[in-house]
Design a binder for this molecule. Sequence first.
Ligand code: ATR
Length: 277
Amino acid sequence: MNKIGIIGNPLSHTLSPDLHNSAIRHFGLDLSFEKWELEKTELKRFFLNAKNNNIIGGCITVPHKENVLNYFDIYDDSVKRIEAANWFKIEDDKICGFNTDYIGFEKSIPDSRLNHLSELNCVVFGSGGSAKAVVEALFLKNAKNICIINRTFKKAEEIANKYIRSGITSLNLSSTDSVNNEIKNADLIINTTSVGMSSGPDPDGNLLKDFELKMDVTGIDLVYSPKKTLFLKKISEFGGQAINGIDMLIYQAQAGFEILTGKNCPFEIMKSVLKLD
Ligand code: ATR
């Protein structure tokens, strides 16, 4: 039987098996879904042996969205632009990388914000593979004012530099006064870091903790466990619209599953199987 699965580490809390098994059942496909919890040093061997192990593709999550780029033969345009991948497909002995995170993120932005991105001040926390996809989605949707804030400033600067003519800026998370200035004027704030994630390294953290927010701010936290993070609670305290990462997770999965199987699984089928706390 052919296999698909997820590459990441840790994978103890991943919802991807539930999502994709629901799609496999929905279409009655002869496929199994596996979890591949791998260290960075194990990726090379995994990809070398993938075809012999009947693997036809899969999704990629933290911390490997950039690490996997070394092992692809073909890069979809989305991966060339974003420089990170969250899906791969093996066809004719070739491994091809794709990025559907930017599609998932765009679909999770409420229309009231999506249709006015060019007028909004946007802040993105983080500079890993997820942040790169979020910035690309905002850029493609014409956002004009994006500030990327990261603990490791160099990584934020590198992403901003890719969009040099578009006025995307970057800040060091520790530059508190400048960060405060961005946050208090922000209309849309996105957390792409693992801060606040129940299985992550800083489950009780909240990057907005010390800041005042605009009253009608929209906050999107890519974290979905817990369902309402401290980041989102703070957004709600200021009367803002708080959105977790569940919809993005499903939309990126839907797009990836279609790349692998040619089947477009309905959003509600995938959502209905999720057991959320
Ligand atoms: P992903 O592929 O999901 O983006 P990643 O590449 O591991 O995951 O990136 C995680 C992001 O969360 C990084 O921007 C990381 O900051 P650094 O670049 O400084 O490592 C950020 N992050 C993780 N833990 C953090 C913490 N405790 N405080 C602030 N930022 C944190």
